[in-house]
Design a protein around this ligand. Sequence first.
Ligand code: FSA
Length: 412
Amino acid sequence: MAHSRASTKVVVAGEVVRSIPSLQSAGHDLNKIMGIRLRNGPDLQLSLESLDMWQHDELFKPFFHQVGMIDCSSSKEGIENLRRKYQTLLDAGIGLEKTNVWLETEDEILAKMPNFTREQVKGWKGLFCSDGGWLAAAKAINAIGNFLQDQGVKFGFGGAGTFKQPLFAADGTTCIGLETTDGSRYFADKVVLAAGAWSPTLVDLENQCVSKAWVFAHIQLTPQEADKYKNVPVIYDGEYGFFFEPNEHGVIKVCDEFPGFSRFKQHQPYGAKSPKIVSVPRSHAKHPTDTYPDASEITIRKAIARFLPNFQEKELFNRTMCWCTDTADANLLICEHPKWKNFILATGDSGHSFKLLPNIGKHVVELLEESLSQDMADAWRWRPGGDALRSRRGAPAKDLADMPGWKHDAKL
Ligand code: FSA
């Protein structure tokens, strides 16, 4: 959340500990994927803008590891999807074939993934994006935090940083600020709620966003092992998952790929007349003993067996759930609230928005200044209806209530 009056900006970070990024944020992570994905109308412009900033902007470029990204598959359906993805890139008509290369043969695949064996990549096809790679997520957000503090932006943490409610003028509909849970009141001409997966728990979004958890685990390599994996591209297979090159401490993050886990419960966001069923995130920050469901252990191990068979015996650690919020069509939700003037929503990441860190704020500012392009305004409008539980994924999310293994609260 941010609001401004004259030149003062206040960011309400909703955090127990004074840390940027918030420990509750999915961005508090070793790495996130950078790649060109063209799902929706605004994606091409957004991807190109963000690529340019990750490559050239002094603040962001230290955090972009442009090692490339390979989408791969060995199943009939997966390869058809990959071919469609490739065609969409070609159809953009801006020369993306220069940086996105189809890998047809095992030799072509092995040339890009030297640690893989011929046996392992039998029947695989791949799509290599040389503009892709990974983003050092938490470090990048921390750098922005430091930059903003240097610019005089004030941050609120703990109770002073946890949203309670908007404040309204006497007309009851013009937002003039907000109150946080410790009773602090911040007054502003405009309020932006950019609370990620927590957004639909804070204000009633009329089921436009469903928050879901995705999972990862870490494995520790020896220095010799890590050396061999230095600078390998991000490898992604929609039927298995993905992994990243080891970080400076030899740690590899492995993710499975699945439609996410919801956590539905009775909850009353601000603006709802009575409690309703909302998927409410639960963070490791507040529940440090949480891990992930038993089922995730199996699918993460499956991803390791596929991508990193030599490391199958390694211990997994930092088993973690992190939360994103899906819209029905996987477009962002960036608009003024239809009933609350000057209260702006910037949410609906739909699991593929971290890469927009450098440039999405520019478009939020355009919305505030009434200069947002029509196609973005249309794509990001307030739009109840549709199925955000399924979104554009292979299936609706399963609920954590039906997924044993993740909760390790002390028994009272
Ligand atoms: O831009 C991208 O395609 C990154 S996807 C990363 C991911 O873990 C998804 O694979 C997952 O399905 C979920 O959306 C969270 O983000």
